[in-house]
Design a protein around this ligand. Structure first.
Ligand code: SAH
Ligand code: AVI
Length: 769
């Protein structure tokens, strides 16, 4: 690190030049503002350290708790050996992470980058002593300007902690993430800390503390300008203001002029006028939703590896990997960013289209061509077939009918990749999809790309509303296939005696905060409304203006419920072991006749993917074979098994209306990355919370899959899908650990035959009261 020439506290010439520029620009524009990096000069970094200790300021404590719990996992999962920290400050919390790297001798280098040289000086010396075998260095630089000082890979983990990304404007955030991605080689990692949206009262208290430390910190920028540029800001003539902009989800901080005044900055030859009450913006602190973090990282070219929150869900830490897949952060996407309004569900914008298409390809990235070709049973389709079929959907339903002159890429594909649509003509037999060595993965990838290019043109032309709706339908359809890809490949790998691992990502959820106590959420019964409003408008045309739903979720209608109670957590593997040890699979009396017959015919004596290992039960997961963890929800059980378990437990399965009545009143599903395996129940966030409704396992209901009263399928060929399966299947509710982010909702109706257990199916009990 270069030492400052002008004595302690003096700015380096190039830093001073940057301050001059920023002050000139910021104070001569309206509204007035100054970049937040200047807050940390002079006494600023010490004041910030005091902020981190304030009772009201939770982010530092929350992030520290996450790091304390998960640093070892970050070391293992990232496989990194060099840590580069941006906006490192004193790196106080970072030590938790660095200690974990160092303990296993994996900390070759630590580079701290910060705009404030003074802040770095103390911390680097201390860290060099703490990690004698590590090359510790500090770089004074503005991360918005020049990242060329970041050393080359491999094995880098970029850490951007504290929620400092929220101090950037949203366009700067995206730009910085994209630059991080550019900097990294495929397979290297980013660790990003983000503060989450929460109760505005708590947010404001954190940024306007009772001791006035934050006010002093924000006013420090005036001290810095006075000290370095000879300005005559009178600190007593400005008051600190913090406010929460609920729409932008940003805390805005600034200094309000008390009276009209002129401030002289002689070294710049400036006299700056402030009106009475005029504000100078000193900082923003944007707050995030998990959905937004995932989206921004994906757009920048990262794949989410794992995301953690503290126990109060105040703060999130995301480990993301530079993705080798195609990432689309093109000009068009930037243009569309400002139009984006979705809550994480796919949209028919070009950006929305690519997000979903890329996510599908990302799932196949870790699979070989052989993996992608196998069909392990008739219900399972090869991965490459899913990749082709989801592409066919856009070609068949959007491009062919809506683009005159469009020529199908290969007529044979229209036959091979049609799933069930009689209206779309003949098709290849479902059970024979695994017999096709050709087209291979390479040809199907090229089919996807060609269709994507055509779709780009269609979308950029500003398609009519019915085409946008079709595209939206196609994207939700593709998300369904993302889940199918994972459940199918689990079966393909699961029948392999070598139990291959699909991915190491997301393996073994932490048991911290687990709470397996079983409570019952009571419902008084009566008339309730369930279902969604119809996805067609008054002209009968597909229209998802009030949020996407499949036609089978509509129309909204009244249902009578008797009083009931529903379990506040899922049935666990431990509960299931008790059932088995109590002879659950041997007692014909608790089984439906069909279920008993299936058990006998297929020798079902435990859930699918359970194996007797040398040291007890083991389960096959997408992370490979693992010892059974009794805390996890049981998964891969049939309707018959779920029903028999419920009888054994002296309970029953909920109807779909009961499930929805409870879920509609609970917090709606979060935009969570795919977890690959269901996780144990965590403590309720509030009394009577029905836990694990979404994101773990699909929950069997006792309801047959039937049309709702006044059900109308979508018009046109796409309407063929849902209605024709409305017999012989049971409805499942919720979503699973492999459901794509943004796909779950309280009205969603999944359905499978009662004997199926290769989907991620589990059990939530209900009972009459
Ligand atoms: N990472 C620490 C410190 C956060 S404070 C934590 O989590 O507690 C924010 C830090 O970012 C400060 O040290 C500040 O000097 C630095 N910083 C702010 N803007 C910066 C910029 N544009 N370039 C580099 N560093 C910056
Ligand atoms: C560094 N950064 C994440 C802090 C924040 O919470 O936005 C800066 C801060 N400003 C006032 N208090 C804290």
């Amino acid at each position: 690190m270069t030492k400052s020439a002008g004595g302690p506290g003096a700015l380096q010439p190039e830093v001073l030049a940057a301050l001059v520029r920023d002050v000139r620009d910021g104070l001569c524009s309206l509204p007035k503002s100054l970049p937040s990096r200047w807050l940390y000069e002079g006494a600023g970094s010490e004041l910030f350290e005091l902020i981190t200790e304030l009772p009201e300021y939770y982010p530092t404590r929350a992030e520290r708790a996450i790091l304390a719990e998960h640093s070892a996992e970050i070391v293992l999962t990232s496989g990194a050996s060099r840590v580069v920290e941006f906006g490192s400050g004193t790196s106080e919390k970072t030590k938790l992470l660095l200690d974990s790297f160092y303990e296993v001798d994996r900390l070759e280098a630590f580079i701290a980058l910060d705009a404030s040289e003074q802040t770095l000086q103390g911390s680097i010396e201390e860290l060099a002593v703490r990690y004698p075998r590590t090359a510790v260095s500090g770089v004074t630089a503005d991360f918005n300007a020049d990242l060329s000082c970041v050393p080359a890979g491999p094995g880098r983990l970029l850490a951007f902690l504290g929620g400092t990304i929220g101090n950037l404007e949203s366009t700067e955030q995206s730009r910085l993430l994209a630059r991080f991605a550019d900097l990294l080689d495929n397979g290297e990692h980013l660790l990003l800390g983000t503060d989450l949206v929460k109760d505005p009262g708590r947010l404001l208290a954190a940024y306007d503390d009772s001791q006035g430390v934050t006010a002093a910190f924000e006013k420090n920028v005036l001290v810095v300008v006075n000290a370095n540029l000879g300005a005559d800001f009178d600190l007593d003539r400005f008051e600190y203001v913090a406010r929460w902009d609920a729409q932008a989800e940003v805390v805005e901080m600034g200094l309000r002029s008390l009276g009209a005044q002129d401030v002289a900055i002689p070294s710049l030859g400036l006299l700056v006028h402030f009106d009475d009450g005029e504000e100078l913006r000193t900082e923003i602190s944007a707050k995030f939703h998990l959905a937004g973090v995932t989206r921004e990282l994906s757009l920048a070219g990262f794949v989410i590896v794992k995301q953690w929150q503290d126990a109060d869900a105040d703060f999130a830490l995301t480990l993301a990997r530079r993705s080798s897949g195609r990432t689309i952060v093109g000009r068009h996407l930037e243009e569309e960013r400002s139009l984006e309004t979705s809550n994480g569900a796919p949209t028919s914008t070009l950006r929305g289209y690519h997000e979903v298409r890329d996510a599908t390809e990302a799932l196949a990235q870790c699979l070989s061509a052989e993996d992608q070709t196998i069909q392990s049973m008739p219900d399972v389709s090869p991965t490459k077939w899913h990749l082709g079929h989801t592409t066919w959907f856009f070609e068949q339903f959007a491009l062919i009918p809506r683009w005159s002159g469009y020529r199908p890429i290969n007529d044979g594909y229209l036959y091979l990749f049609n799933s069930y649509y009689e209206g779309a003509g003949l098709r290849h037999a479902r059970g024979e999809r695994g017999l096709l060595s050709r087209p291979g993965v390479v040809e199907i990838t090229s089919y996807r790309q060609t269709v994507d290019e055509a779709m780009e043109q269609l979308l950029l032309a500003g398609p009519p509303q019915e085409v946008s709706s079709l595209v939206e339908l196609g994207l939700h359809h593709e998300q369904q296939h993302q889940e199918l890809i994972l459940m199918d490949i689990k079966h393909v790998l699961g029948v392999n005696p070598l139990a291959p691992v699909y991915s190491q990502e997301g393996s073994v959820a932490s048991l911290a905060h687990t709470d397996l106590s079983l409570g019952w959420v009571a419902h008084p019964g009566g008339i309730v409304e369930i279902g969604a409003n119809s996805p067609t408008n008054s002209m009968g045309k597909m229209d998802f203006a009030s949020g996407f739903v499949f036609d089978n979720e509509a129309p909204r209608h009244s249902v009578w419920l008797e009083p009931f109670a529903i379990a506040d957590r899922l049935v666990t593997a431990g509960d299931w072991l008790e059932f088995m040890e109590d002879g659950g699979y041997d007692r014909a009396a608790i089984w439906l006749a069909d279920g008993w017959a299936v058990n006998l015919a297929e020798r079902r004596e435990a859930p699918l993917y359970w194996y007797r290992g040398r040291d007890g039960w083991e389960v096959f997961t997408l992370n490979g074979r693992q010892p059974l963890r009794p805390e996890e929800p049981v998964v891969h059980v049939s309707y018959y098994e779920a029903d028999a378990f419920a009888r054994w437990a002296g309970a029953r399965l909920p109807t779909e209306a009961e499930w929805e009545a409870v879920a509609a009143a609970a917090p709606q599903p979060e935009f969570m990355p795919i977890a690959l395996h269901p996780r144990p129940a965590r403590a309720a966030r509030f009394k009577g919370e029905p836990r694990q409704l979404f994101g773990e396992v699909w929950q069997w209901t006792s309801s047959s899959y039937l049309p709702y009263p006044r059900f109308e399928p979508l018009s046109g060929m796409v309407g063929e899908y849902n209605g024709k399966f409305m017999v012989g299947q049971h409805v499942l509710r919720g979503s699973s650990a492999i459901t794509p982010p943004g796909h779950a909702r309280a009205t969603y109706r999944n359905f499978f035959p009662p004997s199926a257990r290769w989907p991620f199916t589990g059990v939530r009990l209900a009972r009459d009261v």
